[in-house]
Design a protein around this ligand. Structure first.
Ligand code: ATP
Ligand code: MG
Ligand code: FE
Length: 335
């Protein structure tokens, strides 16, 4: 089974080749046009996908040593994501599958972030609880099988990645700000400043309140001392990161205890955060959980994870017809 997978949900144009469950190449082109705007501009994202998609697919195939005739199926991200961006990948995949006369596989981007755990060893065993933290989502997902997962809690407003990025923007650190906060926080005091953490019912999250609290706090401090941010950047970033991680993990621990899981996992771009990795690993040691975190390449948007999800869908004969179209608000577990 050889599958070409395409990811185009946001600002990464990516193509991967998977052969019998092994990812041979995962080519990722990150769009740089958005940097000067401090966030992803949807219209520019779809245009860049249009320019990138043919060379990206070519490179993935060439690097993997795979020809069109070798392909068994084409997979693509159906959603969730930006409509215009998704349409580029979906249209390309549909045309190529039609031209080659091979089946088409739709993949849910959020399920794929979790499937990234099956690309390399060590792999988690079922059931496990996954904390998916990315630029657009924050979810606690109970993973019962490669194709069976349910969201047991999620954010009611902003994603935690958004909270990182917006905080970074307020601090003038540029986009995407998550990695920059992570770096600066390493040399800061995480308990120097306190931000009010919003408590939500069940296993849900809310990150819009803390974002506003950070904004007002900085505005007030800068009024008193214009150099406040420059002087305290390490402590500020460390304190913001600490508050966000604390919110994430308190709720996650509650969910893991309730569902009595022994294995826990991180997925999505924010799982690259070193503070979060360390804090989860520490918590897991106390709780007796085994922790799984994918390699960085497979944490942020990439087609390798789409390919991995597609492999299991191929085995289960889950194909779609040419009538399929992009689904910007696609949910986990709902077909
Ligand atoms: P979604 O998957 O929900 O559609 P997305 O594709 O934009 O959203 P990802 O590519 O998975 O999300 O992750 C991007 C996010 O990860 C950004 O918000 C970025 O700031 C954040 N991020 C990346 N590295 C780090 C880090 N070291 N610390 C904190 N955040 C990080
Ligand atoms: Mg991205
Ligand atoms: Fe993503």
């Amino acid at each position: 089974i050889v599958i070409l997978a395409i990811e185009s949900s946001c600002d990464e144009t990516s193509a991967a080749i998977i052969a019998n469950g092994k990812v041979l190449n995962n080519y990722i082109a990150t769009q740089s046009v958005h940097e000067i705007y401090g966030g992803v501009v949807p219209e520019l994202a779809s245009r860049a996908h249009q320019q990138n998609i043919v060379p990206v697919v070519d490179l993935a195939m060439k690097n993997a040593g795979i020809k069109k005739e070798d392909l068994s199926a084409i997979a693509f991200t159906r959603g969730p994501g930006l409509l215009g961006a998704l349409l580029v990948g979906a249209s390309f995949a549909k045309s190529m599958a039609l031209a080659l006369g091979i089946p088409l596989i739709e993949v849910n981007h959020m399920e794929a972030h979790i499937m990234a755990h099956f690309i390399e060893d060590p792999k988690p065993s079922f059931p496990f609880l996954c904390l998916t933290v990315s630029g657009g989502h924050t979810q606690i997902v109970l993973v019962e099988d490669h194709l069976k997962m349910q969201v047991i809690g999620e954010t009611r407003d902003d994603a935690v990645g958004e909270a990182f990025d917006k905080s970074a923007k307020i601090l003038g650190l540029g986009y995407p700000g998550g990695p920059k906060i992570d770096k600066l926080a390493k040399d800061g005091n995480p308990t120097r400043f306190n931000f009010p953490e919003t408590e939500m019912p069940g296993f849900d999250y809310s990150f819009s309140g803390i974002k506003t609290a950070i904004l007002y706090f900085l505005r007030d401090e800068v009024k008193k001392d214009p150099d406040f941010v420059e002087k305290n950047l390490n402590d500020i970033t460390a304190s913001i990161q600490h508050a966000l991680i604390n919110m994430l993990l308190q709720k996650f621990r509650k969910a893991a205890r309730k569902h009595k899981v022994k294995e826990v996992a991180l997925a999505g771009g924010v799982s690259a955060n070193s503070g979060l990795r360390n804090a989860l690993t520490e918590m897991a040691a106390k709780e007796g959980w085994q922790t799984f975190i994918p390699a960085f390449e497979y944490c942020t948007d990439n087609a390798g994870m789409i390919a991995m999800a597609a492999h299991y869908k191929f085995l289960a004969n889950e194909f779609v017809g040419q009538e399929v179209s992009a689904l910007p608000r696609m949910k986990i577990g709902i077909k």
